[in-house]
Ligand binder design. Structure first.
Ligand code: F3S
Length: 401
């Protein structure tokens, strides 16, 4: 591959992997069993479209199963006949090129709710910051936080053996004792951001937590990764490589840093930058909402209506959307005025939140993105809090329900 005897796509991909491997003193190339690609058109633009289409035209094909992260287009809106802008067409061309090379158009930053799950001990090449901590920590699969290298591994089927692929690279570096009750997903999101910041480049080991739900694990992973470069955490007695403190650290544990209620409150205050009554947009589903989260929102909005002037988005992917339709969840959401978006979100979209938006969300990752991309003011809370601010106008109750 490196010598170009199997074509320029594999040569280019292998050159990239060899360069990364050399930079990290990797001892070998090892096979991967899958790859997860970020092909966000707002980031890749026209050069990305050109590269992917040239790869297809020159015969490149993926060597392993490949899934795709959220894209910047809602494909159900396209199916409904909504007009497409030129950049949106480019995004769909990127996706089509990936499909031609063999990818599954899963289009989600939460492939775990779609059943796309590496197995314990498997080496994979997954991009999207939030997915890597879940793969490493919750499943015990092995991936570095890949970027363009995920494409190179998808084409070649290998990755350099360094970092998360080494036993020594997966040991804890700092211990936190959680001494605060967790009230659900929004608290795990807060905790993820707090731990990510305090871990400061070390793999954190958490004690004192009982087993999170799948959605709480996903939320914690995404929130952790948005502020921390590490690709892994351990929860003692819960995650598979941390049956004990000693196992998590590969030796004696350091003294713990205690995280109490006041620390979580401070993180909440740091995230919530808006104190007034205003809300323009509600965003639930970062990472993409599971069927259970959609059911929760549907139950909370049943018989009510989103008030005028508020946009309420529930972000998910097409397969979860289909499951929600079959479960009868979409109808109450639509009746209340909740817009279910598929495959994209309020950030990964060409229709970004207007600058100065006041956003209500239960996701610290969405909050940080919205602050950075749209200078948004944030109202942070649980799903119930977000629903209640969207429906707060009593005059908006739907009569007869
Ligand atoms: Fe997914 Fe968008 Fe959040 S891509 S992780 S819902 S910012």
């Amino acid at each position: 591959m490196l010598e170009g005897r199997r074509g320029w796509p594999l040569q280019l991909a292998m050159e990239m992997l060899v360069a990364v491997g050399r930079a990290y003193d990797a001892e070998a190339m090892i096979p991967v069993t899958s790859a997860h690609l970020v092909i966000d058109g707002t980031a890749l633009g026209d050069p990305g479209v050109e590269l992917f289409e040239r790869l297809v035209a020159d015969g490149a094909r993926f060597a392993v199963p490949v899934s795709i992260n959220a894209i910047a287009v809602d494909r159900l809106a396209v199916a409904r006949g909504e007009p497409l802008s030129e950049p949106q067409r480019g995004q769909l061309r990127l996706l089509e090129a990936c499909e031609k090379m063999g990818a599954l158009a899963s289009c989600s930053c939460n492939p775990f709710i779609q059943g796309i799950l590496p197995r314990f001990g498997e080496s994979v090449a997954w991009s999207e910051s939030a997915t890597a901590p879940f793969v490493n920590s919750v499943i015990g699969g092995r991936t570095n936080r890949e970027g363009a290298t995920a494409l190179a591994s998808a084409l070649t089927g290998v990755t350099p053996k360094y970092g998360m692929h080494l036993d020594a690279g997966r040991k804890g570096g700092v211990l936190f004792k959680i001494d605060a009750p967790m009230a659900g997903l929004h608290d795990f999101n807060l905790l993820g951001t707090l731990i990510g910041r305090r871990a400061a480049g070390r793999i954190p080991v958490l004690g004192g937590l009982s087993r999170p739900t799948r959605d709480e694990f996903v939320g914690f992973s995404a929130a952790f990764a948005i502020v921390c470069a590490e690709a892994m955490y351990h929860i003692v007695g819960v995650t598979p490589e941390a049956p004990s403190l000693e196992a998590a650290f590969g030796g004696p544990a350091p003294a713990p840093i205690v995280i109490g209620v006041s620390d979580l409150d401070a993180e909440r205050a740091r995230t919530s930058t808006s104190t007034g009554d205003r809300v323009d947009v509600v965003s639930i589903g970062c990472p993409h909402a599971s069927l259970e989260q959609m059911q929760e929102v549907a139950a909370l909005v049943a018989g009510r209506s989103v008030r005028d002037g508020v946009k309420f988005f529930l972000h998910t992917n097409r397969s979860t959307h289909d499951a929600a339709r079959m479960a009868g969840v979409l109808e109450p959401l639509a009746r209340a005025g909740v817009q279910v978006t598929t495959d994209n979100c309020a950030v990964v979209s060409y229709d970004r939140l207007p600058v100065g938006t006041t956003l209500a969300t239960n996701s610290t990752k969405m909050a940080l993105f919205a602050k950075a991309v749209s200078s948004a003011a944030i109202r942070y809370g649980s799903v119930e809090d977000c629903v209640s601010v969207a429906l707060a106008d009593r005059g908006a109750d739907v009569p007869g329900h």
